[in-house]
Design a protein around this ligand. Structure first.
Ligand SMILES: C[S@@+](CC[C@H](N)C(=O)[O-])C[C@H]1O[C@@H](n2cnc3c(N)ncnc32)[C@H](O)[C@@H]1O
Length: 216
């Protein structure tokens, strides 16, 4: 799937319906990470770095943002966004379904664990998403805050917009019926949820207490 993003990377920000639809998920989701100065946050499937301004503001100059993505082209756009002012952002090119490897000697998470993990519109693109979920948790400390922002079919009157939602997720390579936040609901405590844009944008947040069994 990251290959799809190789081609669309330069146009991603333009085509991503950020203003009318998807930006709302970031604005609702990132505060639920409860970040503070000095924190380390991992943005899994960070793409072009649309979350970085909000994340950097929350962790301040003493904290760190690690953006992970498999697409070098998406990371190139993220690097461009950061320009000169991104000393506390590290970009890591890596397959999110094999994140445990980043704990190996010499890798980014050899000696540290994240205080928070964020997935925005990313888990439902990753195959299999359960591997990305468990791998990301392996980079986090017990007590870390986890936020999943992802997509579902609209409900209620917004159901009329289902064809548009299906088109957007198809173009983005996302499985709209994956509902990857089920893992968060099962494996985290202090879980909260908000549905935006007629239920199409799902924001789930929780606290990860430490290793447990596999996701059902
Ligand atoms: C829809 S974009 C979302 C980007 C960003 N999180 C956002 O909110 O705009 C999905 C991203 O997931 C990345 N991706 C898909 N599969 C991946 C994988 N297995 N490992 C790492 N990144 C992956 C793609 O390259 C793409 O940048």
């Amino acid at each position: 799937m990251p290959q799809k993003y190789t081609a669309v990377a330069p146009l991603y920000d333009l085509l991503s319906a950020e203003g009318p639809v998807y930006g709302a998920g970031r604005v609702a989701g990132i505060p639920r990470l409860r970040l503070g100065p000095g924190d380390l946050v991992v943005d899994v499937g960070c793409g072009t770095g649309l979350n970085f301004p909000l994340l950097r503001r929350a962790v301040t100059d003493t904290g760190e943002v690690v953006g992970i993505d498999a697409s070098e082209q998406m990371l190139a756009m993220a690097r461009r966004r950061l320009g000169e002012e991104g000393p506390n952002v590290e970009l890591v090119a890596h397959d999110a379904t094999a994140l445990e490897a980043l704990r190996a000697p010499g890798q980014a998470f050899e000696r540290r664990r994240a205080d928070a993990v964020l997935f925005t519109y990313a888990l439902s693109v990753m195959v299999p998403w359960r591997s990305a979920w468990s791998g990301a948790l392996s980079l986090a400390r017990p007590g870390a805050r986890i936020v999943v922002v992802d997509m579902a079919r609209p409900v209620g009157p917004a159901r009329l917009l289902t064809p548009l939602a299906l088109l957007a997720t198809h173009v983005g390579g996302s499985d709209i019926d994956a509902h990857p936040w089920t893992a968060l609901a099962q494996q985290c405590v202090d879980v909260s949820h908000v549905a935006l844009r007629g239920g199409h944008v799902q924001v789930w947040a929780g606290t990860w207490t430490g290793p447990r069994g596999p996701v059902a």
